[in-house]
Ligand binder design. Sequence first.
Ligand code: GLV
Ligand code: MG
Length: 309
Amino acid sequence: MTPVNRLRPRRSCLAVPGSNPRFLEKAQGLPADQVFLDLEDACAPLVKEKARHMIVEALNEGDWSGKTRVVRVNDWTTHWTYRDVITVVEGAGPNLDCVMLPKVQDAEQVAALDLLLTQIEKTMGFEVGRIGIEAQIENARGLVNVDAIAASSPRLETIVFGPADFMASINMRTLVVGEQPAGYGADAYHYILMRILMAARAHDLQAIDGPYLQVRNPDGFREVAGRAAALGFDGKWVLHPDQVGIANELFSPTQEDYDHAELILDAYEYCTSEAGGFKGSAMLGDEMIDEASRKMALVIAGKGRAAGM
Ligand code: GLV
Ligand code: MG
């Protein structure tokens, strides 16, 4: 089995309706780390079949260089999923990096997709195991099963929060996705985001925050995305070109943090070397650094290096 790549940059994950040729074209020119061509909720039922073929053509003929290429299929409770997967993966497998599975409720749903992908790869002579899976958590059942879901397949690369469906599924009293419901007085998303983040990190997966639908409110997007970035999420969905740059900025370290992280790594490497006297800790200015500091610095430096800093 070819291992999947869990280190792909995903600061900005651009949603592209699979049935819209203009958006399929335009998305190629935007600086998003990832695009996902959507067969699910951004695609009306009557055009889903046609959209499968449009997506195959766009993947095979478009210029997606520098981007992770993902297709979101419909969830297993519909009758569309298997044909979505078969048409898209048979038609464009070598030009596809991941399949996103929405509304995942248990580990078996991911395992079923894994099996189907393996059969298609073997039949078509594609590299077996190369195509990754992204699992969206969008309802209470998915969240209570998120640990098992995170452990369900070696193809899994990320757990993705789907706030719109999630809020509907738990009857949260708001219509503005990403905003706080009035009358609660604390962060209504904190538990959900942390739960997803812990499950993802426990299984070395990425954690991605979902959409912010007020596309003409960059300040609102900045605030919501900033919260997910501060917690440790790897990226966020973007629905509009104006959100791409903000996500790329927020999910990269600041230059100052990045430079500081590289300094910590250099100082720690020196102090633990023979020249530095094989010490386990050292002073960097007024700050004491040790192995745990190295690990924290590596996270920031890793994100900065991935962002080309
Ligand atoms: C995304 O799919 C969401 O439901 O928020
Ligand atoms: Mg959804």
